[in-house]
Ligand binder design. Structure first.
Ligand code: XUL
Ligand code: CO
Length: 438
């Protein structure tokens, strides 16, 4: 057991909105009941290993800045094991019930796949012991199929069949490890599953290979008896120019085409939504409408920058929209609110890791409270119900139930001297209504 990495930090507690203590929650009270469940059950917060424990905060123009005194900077298994203990100290002090990782975040890649697997097993042993000690759970596992140079042309969509096979072997092991740690789910993010130029790309063949890869993963999941959902995480670009899983709608189409709808839900990330030219609210509603809202990677971009900055979500309008969709969906379990977010390069001290997560958790707690209050108030919900009331009876109900064809509709309209009046959409009024709760 390593000595404490955050010796000056005690367990972060709820102190209420008037607290001036930066190491306390103002809104996130894990035991507060909202719509019949505790905040902890609603939000299912998760910390990501990659940004929080493996990101040195370099950028394309500058070297790493992060000070992480517990990390000796080497790629040794011993350092990785020590880091795992530190990570659990962090999760515990923060009060996050879940975490998430890529295989290569937690353990170093070896000279061979065999060695990499051995390294992973050595760290998984520590993760398992720490999970048992703390009760903290794995929200989802995943494999890093984008960092190593072998994946330069993609993993499942590589032009090199050996690379496909290597990626399959890596996912096989990551699935076994996720099962071993009782992971609640497993994520596929197609980091390099796309292209840089169509001039060298057989798009149809690549997408077929991605479909095949995920079908093989489903087969293996069944074989080993892993029960959690698979998630696919849309992102339109970065690192490639175009990624095949570009947004929620593209993913749903892909899943349907390859007969994978029963096995996958979507893991939606705010900054990926905005890169795709959508709001997170839009992506959530698209997924929920298809019964495929699985989990969220909570973060935000910066409108002035426009790339994948992965900032902590602090905007209460954003979190309120997220929570309206999530509550409307009947919750997010077994998914969660996973902070795929990193502190800024200038926020380089260990304590900044706490500030980032505390502010994000409080922002989501406020969003949850606002969304629940909007739902209890009822005016927004009633407005939408009323707006579609022409579909509840008469011709609307006949169309919805398949009892009217084009000829019937022509007859209906010809028989009317004028059509029913349109009513105002009242966007401004509704935006004002939302403001009442924020
Ligand atoms: C990259 C990203 C990934 C996935 C997991 O933008 O979001 O970290 O969440 O591979
Ligand atoms: Co993500």
């Amino acid at each position: 057991m390593a000595s404490e990495a955050f010796p000056k930090i005690k367990k972060i507690r709820y102190e209420g909105p008037d607290s001036k203590n930066p190491l306390a929650f103002r809104y996130y009270d894990e035991n507060e009941i909202i719509e019949g469940k505790t905040m902890k059950e609603h939000l299912r917060f998760s910390v990501v290993y990659w940004h929080t424990f493996r990101n040195g905060l370099s950028d394309p123009f500058g070297l790493p800045t992060a000070i992480r005194p517990w990390d000796d900077g080497t790629d040794s298994v011993k350092n990785a094991q020590k880091r795992a203990v530190v990570a659990f100290e962090f999760f515990e002090k923060l009060g996050a019930p879940f975490y998430a990782f890529h295989d290569r975040d937690v353990a170093p890649e070896g000279a061979s796949l065999k060695q990499s697997n051995k390294n992973l097993d050595a760290v998984v042993k520590v993760l398992k012991a720490e999970q048992e000690r703390t009760g903290i759970k794995l929200l989802w596992g995943t494999a890093c199929l984008f960092a190593h140079p072998r994946y330069m042309h993609g993993a499942a969509t590589s032009c090199n069949a050996d690379v496909f096979a290597y990626a399959a072997a890596q996912v096989k092991k990551a699935l076994e490890v996720t099962k071993e740690l009782n992971g609640e789910g497993y994520v596929f993010w197609g980091g390099r599953e796309g292209y840089s130029t169509l001039l060298n790309t057989n798009l149809k063949r690549e997408i077929d290979h991605l479909g095949r890869f995920l079908q093989l993963a489903v087969d293996y999941k069944k074989k080993i008896g892993f029960k959690g959902p698979f998630y696919i995480e849309p992102k339109p670009k970065e690192p490639t120019k175009h990624q095949y899983d570009s947004d929620a709608a593209a993913c749903l189409n892909f899943l349907r085409e390859y007969d994978l709808m029963d096995h996958f839900k979507l893991n939606l990330e705010t900054n990926h939504a905005t890169l795709a030219g959508h709001t997170m609210h839009h992506e959530l509603e698209v997924a929920a409408a298809a019964g495929a809202l699985g989990s969220i990677d909570a973060n935000t971009g910066d409108p002035m920058l426009g790339w994948d900055t992965d900032q902590f979500p602090t905007d209460v309008y954003l979190t309120t929209q997220c929570m309206l969709s999530i509550l409307g969906n009947g919750g997010i379990a077994p998914g969660g609110v996973n902070f795929d977010a990193k502190v800024r390069r200038e926020s380089f001290e260990p304590i900044d890791l706490f500030h980032g997560h505390i502010v994000g958790m409080d922002a989501f707690a406020r969003g949850l409270k606002a969304a629940a209050a909007i739902r209890a108030d009822g005016r927004l919900g009633n407005f939408v119900t009323e707006r579609y009331s022409s579909w509840d009876e008469g011709i609307g109900s006949k169309i919805e139930s398949g009892k009217a064809n084009f000829k019937d509709l022509e007859k209906y309209i010809l028989g009317k001297s004028k059509i029913s009046k349109n009513t105002s959409g009242r966007q401004e009024l509704l935006e004002g209504l939302i403001n009442e709760f924020i």
